[in-house]
Design a protein around this ligand. Sequence first.
Ligand code: PMP
Length: 310
Amino acid sequence: MENLNHPNYAFFQGRIVPMEEAKIDIRTSALQYGTAVFEGIRSYWNDIEKANYIFRLEDHYRRLFESAKIMMLKINYSIKDLCDYTIDLLKKENYSEDSYIRPFAYNGDLNIGPKLNKDSQDLFIYTIPLGEYLDLSRALKVCVSSWSRVPDNCIPPRAKISGSYVNAALQKTEALINGYDEAITLSFGTSFISEGSAMNLFMVKNETLFTPPVSNDILEGITRNTVIELSKEELDLPVIERQISRTELYTADELFFCGTGAQIAPIGNVDGRIISSNEIGKITKKIQDIYFLAVRNNIKKYSKWCTKVI
Ligand code: PMP
């Protein structure tokens, strides 16, 4: 449910301001043409410590800079500045629940014409309370989308570009209209899996994890990287990054999505084919359990990923 009391603040034009003051011109290039890059970061409430922990904060800002480089957007702050502003913002909101952080670096040029203008670039950050983005209490029913993932040489999925989320919106909306929870996309003109509408995909087959490689038009997910590390380190399971054909999904032992929003979301049905008895798979469950311990700073070894909001 929407929490109408939040957010109260945004980081906007170099300082933290009340949300009502964070307004942009209707002519803004980023609004007109999608010329912006962004991040989605989660902060988790640790109820024992009564503290918020931001998960992989620096890694998200590092990716924001990579997205910005691809898009020739200049960010006038350092990673350290952005981490500090984010912590300040969360301190002011004073959440005692899980929340989501949205940094957005954009082209604020007001002229007509889709191009990047080095002089008018800016960045804002806001946060919202956020529980589950996908229902994690059951295995999801998904379809392979009739919409392909936009290829690297059109709008690079490696960069988290606001305009490219038109592609995600088409996939997700089609899936919902047809009675599915989510969509899986293929790389353009191929029968190889790319990812979900806004999440990466893993397949489990014979006690091995498989996920599409970074050359398959995916966003190089931070959760994907977390899953790879946790699977190898904690479960001693091999992880293979290779192309996955559509029909391999139908005969998989287990399938799951992963992402900052999606977290670890089990899939129980693809295109009408039942996967792992339409329940969360054994390995998926283990990964999900470890993930939720790690993100709330409940595993010492992974404290390096958790930034306390103090
Ligand atoms: N792919 C896409 C297209 C996404 O939007 C996201 C969410 N950021 C992901 C994958 C997962 O990335 P991450 O784990 O870094 O959130």
